[in-house]
Write a protein that binds this ligand. Structure first.
Ligand code: 4NP
Length: 152
């Protein structure tokens, strides 16, 4: 079983989008039983508000016919570092914030999602840019390359 946790700042825009895009990819390849996939935030604000998936992310998932269930923001916890094999951040700031919460990455589990692509880079935050399409393109590219990297 491969356990994957996608992480962003708020866990309402990018990381739930990545969670459901990747879930659909593994299902299409008949690999769903091989994976546990979830997402989390690096800040507690949206968890305290019991915030669900941002409407911009929901619209993309609906438009692209990607199945999703409601997901409520939760902040990553130190025990997630033990539980998950891959902790996939959206940007550099997420990586720094994750390490502040879980400690130093002794097992080499923390990556940026786009580190698995030919052009490693951050995924810009649509909360600020308003551009959910750009985020979706980046997430699809990252998830595809990550699945190829796993070679399951
Ligand atoms: P996300 O975007 O990290 O992609 O979920 C954000 C969502 C909410 C906030 C910031 C970023 N916020 O400040 O509440």
């Amino acid at each position: 079983m491969i356990k994957v946790l996608f992480v962003c700042l708020g866990n309402i825009c990018r990381s739930p989008m990545a969670q459901f895009v990747f879930q659909q990819m593994v299902e299409e390849q008949g690999l769903a039983d091989e994976f546990i996939i979830d997402s989390a935030a690096t800040e507690k604000y949206n968890e305290m508000c019991h915030a669900g998936i941002h409407h911009g992310t929901k619209k993309i998932l609906i438009d692209k016919k990607i199945p999703f269930t409601e997901h409520y923001s939760r902040c990553i916890r130190p025990e997630d570092y033990v539980r998950y094999d891959y902790i996939l951040a959206m940007d550099d700031a997420n990586v720094t914030d994750i390490q502040t919460i879980v400690g130093f990455d002794t097992e080499g589990r923390i990556f940026r999602l786009l580190d698995f692509t030919d052009s490693p880079r951050n995924i810009r935050d649509p909360w600020y840019t308003g551009n959910f399409d750009e985020t979706y393109q980046d997430i699809v590219e990252g998830c595809k390359r990550f699945l190829e990297y796993l070679d399951v």
